[in-house]
Write a protein that binds this ligand. Structure first.
Ligand code: ATP
Length: 308
């Protein structure tokens, strides 16, 4: 009996493995299908930017049938200006950036850059025009120079150093024993979240894209780190059409336009003072955040006063 049980059990394991790999194959095929959907059409033309004004024209979107994520999202980012998107977790903020990068196709409406519909332009030219500073930058197991130059293959050393200086990471790099040749990534030097983000900013400055997407880190930063990131953001957003995906409100006060998303719909829009005056969802979120900050400050004070 035991002799029979072992091979049967073994077959069971194999069956489960085959089933699992079939499931993986299915996922792979659905991914391939997804990619096929957003393949360039034969008529696709390279994007031509003149200032890079972005328009979301009554966009509807769902990742899966039956669960719509964005509803009639309609807004413009005038060329060279900054628009920030705020809203509760899961309201659809990052989805906007994925659609602008055309990772997915919209279900209804359209997205244009300088009047050119994303569906009619080549993906290479689209992706060359957009720089993303993501929440968590992935570093390659290579030198820090390579990681910055990745933004623009073949960039000169002078250009790399200029970008690193503008991103306030040059002095840190110079302080490393191997300087720009220091190995970073999983098998090299581990950089802090803020340092990684600065490498991403240097990479983006080197790429010099017309459009910038800044996906703010969700993890709380101390106020000094946050101020530093804010001033760098201002630096890279200068004269670029910028979409800031804001997970905290403190980074958005200077934006020319703030969109408030709620369950996939834009429920308010305006500048920071206008939205505070409107006394709606944004004002509530702002007041709650201020109260939290006061609590934290109070906690810090108490911690400071606590006997050692
Ligand atoms: P957060 O502030 O937490 O980052 P967000 O506002 O950026 O949230 P999105 O990441 O845009 O939210 O997600 C919007 C909704 O879409 C969420 O309900 C999420 O679960 C869903 N979603 C996101 N990515 C996918 C995906 N690849 N497949 C299916 N659903 C997804």
């Amino acid at each position: 009996m035991i002799q029979l049980y072992i091979p049967l059990n073994f077959l069971g394991v194999i069956y489960r493995e085959i089933k699992q790999s079939l499931a993986d194959m299915e996922r792979l095929f659905s991914l391939l299908n997804e990619n096929r959907e957003i393949a360039d059409t034969p008529e696709a033309k390279p994007l031509v930017t003149r200032g890079a004004a972005v328009r979301f024209d009554h966009v509807n979107f769902s990742y899966e049938a039956k669960r719509q994520i964005l509803f009639d999202v309609d807004f413009q980012i005038p060329a060279g200006t900054t628009t920030a998107v705020v809203g509760h977790s899961g309201s659809g903020k990052s989805t906007l950036s994925r659609l602008l990068f055309r990772f997915y196709e919209v279900d209804g409406g359209g997205i244009t850059i300088d009047g050119q519909d994303l569906r009619g332009i080549t993906q290479d030219s689209l992706r060359a025009a957009i720089g993303i500073v993501p929440q968590d930058t992935v570093l390659f197991n290579d030198t820090i120079e390579y990681n910055i130059a990745y933004g623009k293959p073949g960039a000169s050393k002078e250009a790399i150093v200029a970008a690193a200086k503008a991103a306030s990471i040059h002095d840190f790099i110079e302080s490393l024993p191997d300087g720009y040749n220091s190995m970073v990534g999983e098998r090299g030097l581990k950089l802090s979240g803020g340092e990684k983000q600065r490498v991403a900013i240097a990479r983006t400055l080197l790429k010099d894209p017309a459009i910038l997407i800044f996906d703010e880190a969700t993890s709380a930063l101390d106020s000094k780190a946050e101020q530093a990131i804010q001033s760098q953001l201002k630096e890279i957003a200068k004269n670029r059409t910028t979409l800031v995906i804001a997970h905290r409100l403190s980074t958005v006060a200077d934006a020319q336009q703030i969109l408030v998303l709620d369950h996939g719909r834009i429920v308010e829009r305006g500048t920071h003072p206008q939205l505070l005056a409107a006394n709606g969802l944004y004002a509530q979120m702002w007041q709650r955040q201020q109260a939290n900050m006061d609590d934290e400050a109070q906690e810090d004070e108490l911690a400071g006063l606590a006997p050692a």
